[in-house]
Write a protein that binds this ligand. Structure first.
Ligand code: KIV
Ligand code: ZN
Length: 410
């Protein structure tokens, strides 16, 4: 009985915490709050060659807290002494964000996670088990009823040693919805207040993932005692689209990583989700991420993990605000918003770049010359442009020194 009261009261506190966030008013529309659960240090770090030492992880965790994420998944303590140490040190250092530790539905994993979290101000154990047929019958050589009872046992155990428990239904993306709803009902009754619906293999299409979340919102009788979380992988390049579809269908937490790092094709990219919610006012959802810090943290993760960000990566790629074709350059010089939907300042990037290439036009040349304090007359510009094109055909792009040399000659 006492146990039941404890579960009911803590889930109430947790849901109140979410409700308090749902007050960001804009044009009198109440925007609902989306929690950002960053798993760069756990799922993101599971990439060969991206291994981080504890001090690097602590530094990134501090940056994540400054960025404003709600939850930092710091590691999988049972997996190695190094991971255990990282979760412990991060728990000691971080004050506001919740620190989360992963475990399988196994007693020793849960005990190790609880031990590593013991210094955390707000700790969360993330435990779970596979729920798709692949996992139940092939990986775990089990049956559906056994999976439910192992999950329940794990959630109850985690709940006894930690104030907050999140349950993951691994491969939920390929799990039958009716069975998934049964599993989730039991896990919420056992004490989980956050239910993670991972598309572990990145298989779902956005409408399928959205239907799954909507089905669970409508068919799990005690769903009001928990929130659903998205956790999407990018095997088909759909992780961000699926996460957005998930929150539009009712999920209230998104699991993601900086730069989208993660196993295989990666996880949902934090910066993409946050900026989509920020740019699309009519989705009516918001986060507390300080978006001006996104580029800074992206560069840190890129160099610490030794994992280069592709130049054309949305939001944080080197080319995200660079324009090189004449038509686009002319438009941006006249009005940045002609070809940019995000102000680079909002994500902490350098201002929009006008790159001089053989595809550039006179407007770009005139603009770049002006930045170098050359105000060219119409004739000078025509003359310079002819010289410029000859040079540009032989180069990838023309830098300031080359441009200066050319302008000085005329
Ligand atoms: O992708 C996945 O299913 C996971 C779980 C362990 C949460 O990372
Ligand atoms: Zn994952």
């Amino acid at each position: 009985m006492n146990y039941l009261i404890l579960i009911l009261s803590t889930s109430k506190i947790y849901l109140n915490r979410i409700a308090q966030h749902n007050i960001n008013k804009k044009n009198d529309i109440v925007k609902e709050y989306i929690q950002i659960f960053d798993t760069t240090l756990r799922d993101g770090e599971q990439v060969p060659g991206c291994k981080l030492a504890t001090p690097q992880k602590v530094e990134i965790a501090k940056e994540l807290e400054q960025l404003g994420v709600d939850v930092i998944e710091a590691g999988f303590p049972i997996s190695s002494p190094g991971d255990f140490d990282a979760v412990t040190q991060i728990s000691k250092t971080i004050k506001d964000a919740t620190i989360c530790a992963l475990s399988r539905a196994v007693d020793s994993d849960i005990e190790s996670a609880a031990e590593a979290l013991k210094f955390a101000n707000n700790g969360r154990i993330h435990t779970g088990i596979g729920t798709s047929e692949f996992h139940i019958f092939h990986k775990l050589n089990s049956n559906p009823e056994d999976i439910i009872s192992r999950g329940e046992k794990a959630v109850k155990k985690a709940r006894n040693v930690c104030s907050e428990v999140e349950f993951y239904a691994e491969d939920a993306g390929r799990t039958d919805n009716e069975f998934l709803a049964r599993v989730i009902e039991k896990m919420i009754s056992a004490g989980a207040t956050i239910i993670n619906i991972p598309d572990t293999t990145g298989y779902c299409l956005p409408h399928q993932y959205s239907e799954k979340i909507a089905y669970l919102m409508n068919n799990v009788p005690n769903i009001d005692k928990a929130i659903l979380s998205t956790h999407c992988h990018n095997d088909l390049g759909l992780a961000t689209a699926n996460s957005i579809a998930g929150v539009q269908a009712g999920a209230r937490q998104v699991e993601c990583t900086i730069n989208g790092v993660g196993e295989r094709a990666g996880n949902t990219s934090l910066e993409e989700v946050v900026m989509i919610l920020k740019q699309h006012d009519n989705i009516n959802l918001h986060t507390q991420v300080k978006t001006e810090r996104l580029t800074h943290l992206s560069r840190i993760v890129e160099s610490e993990m030794n994992m280069p960000v592709q130049r054309n990566k949305a939001i944080v790629g080197e080319n995200a605000f660079a324009h090189s074709s004449g038509i686009h350059q002319d438009g941006v010089i006249k009005n940045r918003e002609t070809y940019e939907i995000i102000n680079p300042i909002d994500v902490g990037a350098d201002s929009s770049k006008i790159i001089l290439t053989a595809r550039s036009g006179r407007a770009a040349l005139k603009y770049r010359a002006q930045l170098l304090k050359f105000n060219l007359s119409k004739d000078q510009l025509n003359y310079a442009y002819e010289k410029f094109l000859k040079l540009a055909d032989r180069q990838i792009h023309i830098n300031d020194n080359q441009l200066l040399e050319l302008l000085n000659k005329i």
